[in-house]
Design a protein around this ligand. Sequence first.
Ligand SMILES: Nc1ncnc2c1ncn2[C@@H]1O[C@H](COP(=O)(O)OP(=O)(O)OP(=O)(O)O)[C@@H](O)[C@H]1O
Length: 290
Amino acid sequence: MIELRNLSFGYRRNKLLYEGLSLTLVPGSIYGLLGPNGAGKSTLLHLLSGLLYPKSGTIRAGLYNPSDRKPAFLEDLFLVPEEFYVPPVRIREFITSNASFYPRFDRAQMASYMDEFGLADDQKLNELSYGQKKKVLIGFGLSTNTAVLLMDEPTNGLDIPSKSQFRRLVAGAVDERRTVVISTHQVRDLEALIDPVIILAANPNGTMGIGLNAGMETITERLWFGLTPELEAGSQLLYSERAVGGYAVVAENRTAEPNRLDLERLFNAVQANPARISQLLSANTNLSRI
Ligand SMILES: Nc1ncnc2c1ncn2[C@@H]1O[C@H](COP(=O)(O)OP(=O)(O)OP(=O)(O)O)[C@@H](O)[C@H]1O
């Protein structure tokens, strides 16, 4: 389990990005981490990895404090960064020199990912396209079998077939001991993969906070995503946008009516109305079912 308690962090002394942020991540899940540009998604992943240190508050990842960067912690966490440098070596050499840092690294698993992605182990990393380099890092990250796997915008640069391969491979590599966090703007790419979803949103004082952290089932139990031909005056919608045939809306799901979550709309609703949505999702509601 990963626990952030009352975390504050800022790059500059007099400007905090996070203040009093608390978040719990449980194993066996693929978290989707969403937020507007500059909301601090990469920063959060770097804090979890121990690459950045909190100003105050605590982070616990299992037995470890990431800031201590203990070897036993580092060998059980892998971060696929958004931007990366690759050395001018062949894929096979890259595997040989890095696999030893991860005791559960599985070479056969890595070989099957490279095969799936159409990459050969004698290809030179620096001669690959951006998307191909990303595939090597994703495959490597999955093959480490670390307890914590963090991926920053992993589907950026992947072509359409590779995105569905990515979903399949990640889904197949998660077990009950693994916590996966994927930060993304490509919500359509990952809608079918992530659960729960964490959405960062601005606090009234301008710092960033957790606007939402909930499982898909809870979200659709409490929020309703639908289409309505007209916007009724006085209706308490959480979000609406023009759509073909009327308005696509997010509203409180007062009757627990089954419906299909739309992540893009959820994201917009959380940005527009974080306090109300957080209240609806944290409330111990007794929904009347019909
Ligand atoms: N090294 C740095 N020094 C100073 N400020 C930084 C640094 N890195 C990020 N920031 C600032 O911190 C904030 C959060 O940045 P971060 O990259 O974590 O956001 P993000 O949510 O990942 O953004 P994006 O969606 O655009 O990738 C931004 O305002 C950014 O300008």
